[in-house]
Write a new protein. Sequence first.
Length: 572
Amino acid sequence: MLDSQRIRQNAPEMDPLRLGMGWTKGELEQPQILVESTFGDSHPGSAHLDGLVAQVVKGVGDGGARPARYYATDICDGMAQGHDGINYSLAQRDMIANMIEIHHNATTFDAGVFIASCDKAVPAQLMGIGRINIPSVVVTGGVMDAGPNMLTLEQIGSYSAMYSRGEISQETFLEYKHSACPSCGACSFMGTACTMQIMAEALGLMLPGTALLPATSENLYQAAYDTGLFAAKLAMKGIKPRDIVTMDNFENAIMIHAAISGSTNALMHLPAIAHEFGIKLDAQQFDEIHRKIPYLLDVRPAGRWPAQFFHGAGGVPSIVRALKPFLHLDAKTITGKAMSEELRRLEESDYFDRCAESLKPYGIKPEDIIRSVDHAIKPNGAVAILYGNLAPEGAVVKHSAVPEEMFYATLRARTFDCEEEAIAAILQHDILPGDAVFVRYEGPRGSGMPEMFYTTEAISSDAQLSRSIALITDGRFSGASKGPVIGHVSPEAAMGGPIALVEDGDLIRIDIDHRKLDIVGIHGVMEDAAKVDQILAARRENWQPHPPRYTHGVLKQYCAHAVSPMQGAYME
């Protein structure tokens, strides 16, 4: 018996309440499908999702099941930048996952379709899927078009810093701002939104070939309809996410993450998603996998092209085809078939030819976007995990965006206990070449773990600083960020991690090739490791935790219960 029908027997109010909102008696007997989206007039990644919801609903109905629309709207990281709104960004991920749990468990459905586009919404839904474990399939809201001259949103931070320094006029800056987002969809670069859409397919929870379609394409709406139709059948098959998503699926996702030079935020989201599936991901797995997987995707911010061209190059199946020697090809997808079977099906169809047709008006070939392994951009992935006496539990660096001069460097610490102070110092030219800019007490327990986007843009847009300083933080940085940025430093300052003990003038050594991040000197004087440990121990004796930044509301809850960045920053 379907779960929805079992609940009907236990809850006699169910039938009259559903009849009261327009259901028919026949629909009461059908499989019940939860259609959960983040639709809302909140940002371009969600404002168009109701159109996809409508297609999913139609597909579910045509498949002989009854859809029920539920909504948990997300906020926009872009709109939240530059003020305290960004502190809510990561907390919303857990809140959306909580709402999915509530929506399902308070009523009970036989399957679910989950529709989202953006940074925290897609991982939130994937967390929710693992938690409720009903037959589930994902539709992602695709990617927006680029603006004039291939302008994309991640460039606006740099232009803002240039305007603040008087390097471009207000008129030019306004023109850029008013042209960067010409359509709905996720921002057209390989930031967190596009990365996590790809991760949803890489985990096997989407119909193959449907991640990161152009949001303006009719193909996206067809994919939504097909997914709704599929969900009706999935309810009867009873294939649950935990039946198919194993460690192999997560390792596949990390390999694909390496190949696309995905956002570092995935290093929080994938462990948090795995946690809901009962799987433990270790930060070391990311480092080991990135060391052996070639970097193939020539898409911004590390590459040349907007993300709108990703699907034209074949999308996730094209990455899978390139990585066949590395992937666990027998890993299952939500169709019940192995990844290798789904790839063969697409290869035997006209899928790749149809994708390539969309690139022809631009004079671009698929291999311009997704390289072969033999012609990889770099021989290994984009992310490294650094360890040392500054980060005993690890820290994250996207080394593909780091200048070679900063792969091995000894810098002097400049410490700031909030981002606002740090960015002001950078823009006022108070930061000098050779500085290590510390922004701390911005981890999950400190302030909710906001992005350091404007700070990183202020650095990367300065030709001198971008090649001579580093930003080190227990917060995180945007998938759009470029330059020498090290984040997720764990343990965080609010928990008394070594990052809280650094003082101005201490010497910090970065060694990306050997995956090291250490305090190697005190107040400008090099010391041996034992002496540094002794001084840090003395500082710890005098260290006092900062009072909680938030004393009420959702951020009080989140900051009180979040685990470390390297564990996934989810709430326990």
